[in-house]
Design a protein around this ligand. Structure first.
Ligand code: SF4
Length: 354
């Protein structure tokens, strides 16, 4: 997996000013770019990064600058504590570490504004040490890749991600590997609509295989629920009803259901409404109306890859595994049938009594 990712990174990574050979060998430049990129878009950071390096080309220049000049160079980038911490840390490095950023985790963690992520970035990118890092992009990629359903922001979720990242980072090119995970999250494994077809790791990805890409990562937030209306057509032909199996891999892959309005090859009556069911699925509040539609001709098209069709008998309906909403339709129909037969029995008894 590491090989595929690095190969992809070598071919597809964006060319960015902090990714030049010279910048990658300079711990100061790695540090500045990583701090600037926190909570800020790449396109916004680029001109700031260039201006900053012209103004403070090395750590000593930054340490010797006046606070007002540092804030001025940061003006408009937001989260100003980042600039103040950079400045304070530069001064501390000059005073306590001879003007060179230290290359150990503990020394780095002792500097203002440097946390676990920045330590991983500096040690792996600038010092070629086999250290992991986890940011939002890496958390998303790992959660999807390994099908982690835990809240990635919880203590336990974070611990799991850091452990995984630590197990994955290779001894050779650790910095490039860390960057390739972040780059994959930024340009392929995006929060919405990840481009799984272009992903070098798609064959290892649990979320893709199980149809979870939209639900992961779990960030603990409950997204707003949507109200969705659907129609289910019960197309009857000689005592059998048309059903289909959803393609494997997608949402509810492998479950059976009744078709909706999209059937073009099968002719049927408009039908009358026989049931309305409500069902919650993921984030949707579904209302499904079922219609009895006698068949008039045609067969379902096998064009949609992965979909299986079948004219199901009543005992098939009991045996096959249906989606929750469509199972409710089957139950509602059999309940109303038995209610009808109870009523009929009662009526016939009443008639007999009178
Ligand atoms: S296959 Fe898709 S979901 Fe999985 S890691 Fe790649 S882009 Fe992300």
């Amino acid at each position: 997996m590491q090989k595929q990712l690095l190969r992809w990174f070598d071919r597809h990574a964006r060319k960015l000013p902090w990714r030049s050979q010279a910048a990658r060998r300079d711990p100061y430049r790695v540090w500045v770019s990583e701090i600037m990129l926190q909570q800020t878009q790449v396109a916004t950071v680029i001109p700031y990064y260039r201006r900053w390096l012209r103004r403070f080309p090395n750590l000593r220049a930054l340490a010797g600058a006046k606070p007002a000049a540092v804030l001025k160079a940061w003006e408009g980038l937001g989260y100003y504590s980042r600039a103040r911490n950079l400045h304070a840390a530069a001064r501390e490095v000059v005073q306590c570490h001879g003007g060179r950023l230290p290359a150990t985790r503990d020394d780095l963690l002792g500097l203002p504004g440097i946390g676990r992520y920045t330590v991983g970035a500096i040690l792996s990118l600038a010092f070629d040490q086999q250290e992991p890092l986890v940011d939002g992009n890496v958390a998303r990629v790992l959660a999807r890749l390994f099908g982690i359903r835990q809240n990635v922001k919880s203590g336990a979720g974070q611990a799991r991600l850091w452990k995984l990242a630590g197990a994955l980072v290779p001894a050779k090119r650790p910095g490039a590997f860390n960057e390739s995970l972040m780059e994959l999250g930024a340009i392929v494994c995006s929060p919405q609509n990840p481009r799984c077809d272009a992903c070098p790791l798609n064959r290892f990805c649990v979320a893709l295989r199980r149809g979870w890409t939209e639900q992961l990562p779990n960030t603990g937030k409950r997204p707003k629920s949507r109200a969705v209306r659907q129609r289910a057509l019960l197309i009857w032909r000689d005592g059998r009803v048309l059903v289909r199996r959803r393609p494997a891999g997608g949402l509810l892959g492998g479950f059976w259901e009744f078709p909706g309005d999209e059937l073009s090859a099968v002719r049927h009556d408009a039908g009358r409404r026989v049931a309305v069911v409500r069902h919650g699925v993921m984030n949707d509040r579904l209302t499904v109306e079922a219609f009895d539609c006698p068949w008039r001709g045609g067969e379902p098209s096998a064009k949609d890859k992965g979909i299986r069709w079948r004219w199901a008998t009543p005992s098939d309906l009991k045996r096959l595994t249906f989606t929750g909403a469509h199972r409710k339709i089957i139950r509602s129909l059999s309940d109303s049938r038995s209610a009808r037969s109870r009523t009929t029995n009662l009526e016939s008894r009443i008639t007999a009594d009178t």
